[in-house]
Design a protein around this ligand. Structure first.
Ligand SMILES: [Zn+2]
Length: 260
């Protein structure tokens, strides 16, 4: 309470970040107690198409999905682990939040030996253990996403792929919101939420990964933008959704990395 920070955007690589970066004394302050609304019966259902598009993209890039090892970083209650397992992967997971970890074991019946209660920073796996590593809605929460990518690359087999889903720093709806703030003479921006839920510390552009790839010897194998929700009235979506699709200004950036 009473602490503020500045939200900045790198003109070279489109990364949006907080400067200074606020870090809680204990990660549980931010992620330990999820709201009860998380635990609706609906939340535990896995839709038939859950993570299928991503598994298809992996299959297109790699050639197959059976007899391969996958790692889900930020496994939550384990939905993605189950989807991967159903597609033939042998799957491990990492989850830093105790309530999610407990639900994964108790409700979703994830094998305890497959899921570690750990942050990526503290996790240990052997070099080149996995063919497919996925960070779904994770990197924007980490204090040092670049280090997390390097760690995942160390765990990745030479021909494997890292899949990342992050909020795009080029989202049209944020730009409109920021423009409305500007019209009111305010210096606010809607991007990131370092001090409140959902605790997004970063938004990323394609260039953020291109610049990072140069430093850390990986390549971008594939990328796409997803429009997701626009938060606009339905009647406007008819115009905005196709426009955002055509201009790569959707909410989410999906990116696939491979080692050089
Ligand atoms: Zn930059």
């Amino acid at each position: 309470m009473g602490i503020s920070t500045t939200v900045m955007k790198c003109k070279k690589c489109d990364l949006i970040f907080a400067n200074p970066l606020p870090i809680p004394a204990n990660i549980e302050q931010h992620y330990g107690i999820p709201p009860e609304s998380y635990w609706s019966a609906e939340y535990f259902k896995i839709r038939d198409d859950y993570f299928i598009k991503q598994i298809q993209t992996f299959s297109d890039l790699y050639g197959r999905t059976n007899d391969l090892r996958a790692l889900d970083i930020g496994a939550g209650i384990g939905k993605c682990m189950i989807a991967l397992e159903n597609s033939g992967f042998e799957v491990w997971g990492l989850e830093p939040s105790n309530p999610f970890y407990e639900k994964a074991l108790q409700t979703m019946k994830i094998e305890p030996s497959k899921l570690q209660l750990s942050t990526i920073e503290n996790a240990v796996y052997e070099k080149e253990s996995f063919d497919f590593i996925t960070f779904g809605a994770v990197l924007e929460h980490l204090y040092n996403p670049s280090e997390a990518i390097q760690k995942a690359a160390y765990w990745l087999k030479p021909k494997g792929f890292i899949h990342i889903e992050v909020p795009s720093s080029n989202w049209l709806i944020s730009r409109i919101a920021n423009f409305v703030y500007k019209l009111q003479g305010l210096d606010y921006v809607t991007n990131i939420s370092p001090m409140h839920s959902p605790f997004h510390l970063y938004e990323f552009g394609l260039k953020s990964f291109k610049e990072n790839a140069k430093k850390h010897h990986y390549s971008i194998a594939h990328y796409s933008y997803e429009v997701c929700t626009t938060y606009l009235p339905k009647s406007l979506n008819k115009i905005f959704v196709p426009y955002m699709r055509a201009t790569n200004t959707g909410m989410q950036l999906e990116i696939w990395l491979t080692k050089n």
